[in-house]
Ligand binder design. Structure first.
Ligand SMILES: Nc1ncnc2c1ncn2[C@@H]1O[C@H](COP(=O)(O)OP(=O)(O)OP(=O)(O)O)[C@@H](O)[C@H]1O
Length: 324
């Protein structure tokens, strides 16, 4: 039996937004990420699942129980579901330890394990106004975990964190699933947060789930350019250019590719000559924009030894194709 079943959820917010007929289920331990442009309805959906917003239609069944919305229940929320909002607050003038003790529903030994996993042990004696953004985020997460939830809903947990704090929180979120067996749904704008973590990614646009699939499906076989664009750079090449690059059967359709599907080479059997238009240095690699006939193609290159105006050969290395 699924841990969570969301059926036919709709909700109108304001005059021009509507969450439309959302349906999905989640198994125990399954990691679901929700992606989508700002305003697509991700937070609204998470709040409905948590019982913190009232849907107009539909139901959320959690662990066999219907989640009641704030209009049906005096104290909104469900004890088995923890929701970390983008706008969480830690009460001022408390020591971290006091704040955590107030929320704690588990034994001191179990709580200690959670403080360790969340990497907050070193700040337990500090006051809540003496913390960095990353520490606050991990304390807010620990505070939810010690309520012993079965399902954890995380709304943009990595926003406003620098690389090192994000890395720590990522390992915390990984451990939550593995060591604490808590099932998670996570919203994030950054493909790097979701592709490596999720079992299933649901993509939202205008209040609807427009594609759901494994990270690889979503990255490699996006339903449209909107989905493609959420997960990194991409190129749509015409069938004419694809044929010149060695694709045998294009059926007259455009082909979807990612920058890493190409190589810039000295010479090959069927290379196309291209002109370097732009070079973006990205640390360990480069994104080179090249012009091939009337198309511009973004290519990942391991080295940045190109200059604007250089003539290079571009080769399409990927042999399986996705048409868009
Ligand atoms: N309480 C509210 N009253 C009226 N409209 C609302 C309310 N909350 C959200 N909305 C609207 O509902 C739409 C969806 O908002 P939501 O916060 O769910 O999107 P989101 O995908 O989470 O966006 P973001 O990534 O920016 O957080 C937006 O158009 C927003 O303006």
């Amino acid at each position: 039996m699924s841990l969570l079943t969301v059926s036919g959820i709709s909700k109108r917010s304001g005059s021009d937004f509507e969450l439309k007929d959302i349906n999905f289920s989640q198994q125990r331990g399954q990691k679901i990420a929700i992606a989508g442009e700002t305003g697509s309805g991700k937070s609204t959906l998470l709040k409905i699942i948590a019982g913190l917003a009232q849907p107009d239609t539909g139901s959320v069944i959690f662990d066999g129980q219907k989640i009641l919305g704030p209009e049906e229940k005096l104290i909104p929320g469900h004890p088995g579901i923890a929701f970390l909002s983008q706008h969480f607050e830690l009460r001022n003038n408390y020591r971290v330890e006091e704040l955590l003790e107030m929320a704690n529903k588990i034994s001191p030994i179990e709580a200690e394990t959670i403080y360790k996993i969340c990497q907050v042990e070193h700040v337990l004696q500090r006051r809540t106004d003496q913390l960095s953004g990353g520490e606050k985020q991990r304390i807010a997460t620990a505070r939810l975990l010690i309520t012993s939830p079965t399902l954890l809903l995380l709304d943009e947990p990595y926003s406003n964190l620098d690389m090192s704090h994000k890395k720590i929180l990522k390992s915390v979120i990984n451990d939550i699933g593995k060591k604490l067996q808590i099932t998670c749904i996570l919203i994030s704008h950054d493909p790097l947060d979701t592709l490596s973590w999720a079992d299933l990614i649901m993509v939202m646009q205008d209040g609807k789930i427009i594609q759901a699939g494994t990270p690889e499906e979503i990255y490699r076989r996006p339903r449209n350019e909107y989905v493609a664009s959420l997960f990194g750079d991409y190129n749509i090449i015409s069938s004419a250019v694809a044929t010149r690059l060695g694709v045998l059967n294009t059926n007259g359709q455009n082909i979807f590719t990612r920058p890493e599907d190409y190589r810039l080479v000295q010479n090959e059997e069927q290379p196309m000559i291209a002109e370097v238009e732009k070079i973006n240095f990205l640390g360990g690699y480069c994104q080179v924009e090249v012009r091939v006939e009337d198309a511009s193609i973004i290519v990942t290159a391991p080295e940045c030894n190109f200059l604007k105006g250089d003539l290079v050969y571009v080769s399409l290395t990927k042999k399986e194709h996705w048409y868009l």
